[in-house]
Design a protein around this ligand. Structure first.
Ligand code: ADP
Ligand code: MG
Length: 256
């Protein structure tokens, strides 16, 4: 089994936009090798939380830590390089790049060989390239994408594009994977497949997963821990069973 990834910790996080508090002192931790779900009604602050974790938004106050390391204020590329990879809620894959090339983009952060060595096709660069391809193929097989590797990513059905996006993130060999609504807009068959893949990512790759998802059934089946946000505040936290039976959570979803 792979070594346990570091703990990802969100500490007293506040994000204000002009006149609006999107996150208000939110704290939680993604334990090593667990699946942690963040749920809540529309506008609760879930995507904002993701955007701070991945360096896209800046926190007004509070911090994010990966193990002992402070991630607050780092650029997205730097956070990705430290092992926190994300997928996007609304993605747009290229009509020109193949599935293979799109997934290989995720391996850029791992490339040690310099640009010059690669350009001259030195043996070290060629070997490294071969390793990248091999790993990319393994991940494609894991996701059931092998037969699409030569196809332009942008022409695939939406559900398969979401899988390619997941493959690109996995190619970065992340320690923590952030998934923003990974099964939204999918057919029931695709949802089952992706839910299985997420479980397998944790099980077989030992990666921690932080998941934002609307489908309560999937959240309850997959997650070890659930954090519920409403109007930027954490209103409930704990194991799925407990959270599901929390009257505060029911109130938030019913909007009463
Ligand atoms: P969720 O993902 O839970 O639906 P979001 O995090 O997207 O919620 O949004 C939380 C609140 O913050 C909403 O009121 C939204 O309009 C606001 N918000 C999100 N991003 C921005 C932004 N870049 N500028 C201004 N307001 C934003
Ligand atoms: Mg959102």
């Amino acid at each position: 089994t792979p070594p346990a990834p570091p703990r990802l910790e969100v500490i007293d996080l506040t994000v204000r936009f002009a006149g609006l508090t999107a996150l208000d002192g939110v704290s939680f931790a993604v334990e090593p090798g667990s699946i942690h779900a963040v749920i809540g009604p529309n506008g609760a602050g879930k995507s904002t939380c993701f955007n701070v974790l991945s360096g896209v938004y800046r926190a007004t106050s509070g911090s994010v830590r990966l193990g002992e390391r402070e991630l607050t204020g780092l650029a997205p590329e730097r956070i990705a390089a430290l092992g926190v990879a994300r997928t996007f809620q609304n993605l747009a894959l290229s009509d020109h790049a193949t599935v293979a090339d799109t997934m290989l983009l995720g391996r850029h952060r791992l490339t040690r060989t310099g640009f010059l060595a690669a350009g001259l096709r030195l043996p070290s660069a060629v070997r490294e390239e071969a390793r990248h391809h091999e790993r990319m193929r393994e991940i494609a097989a894991f996701l059931g994408l092998e037969r699409y590797l030569g196809v332009p990513a942008g022409i695939l059905p939406y559900g398969l594009q979401k899988l390619v996006e997941l493959g690109r993130a996995l190619c970065m060999e992340p320690e923590v994977l952030l998934l923003d609504e990974p099964i939204a807009g999918m057919t029931p068959t695709e949802r089952r497949h992706v839910a299985g893949v997420i479980a397998a990512v944790r099980e077989n790759l030992g990666v921690s997963v932080l998941l934002v998802e609307h489908d309560m059934g999937v959240v309850m089946r997959l997650a070890d821990t659930v954090t519920v946000l409403d109007f930027g505040r954490r209103i409930a936290h704990g194991d799925p069973e407990r959270v599901q039976n929390d009257p505060e959570v029911a109130r938030a979803y019913l909007g009463t």
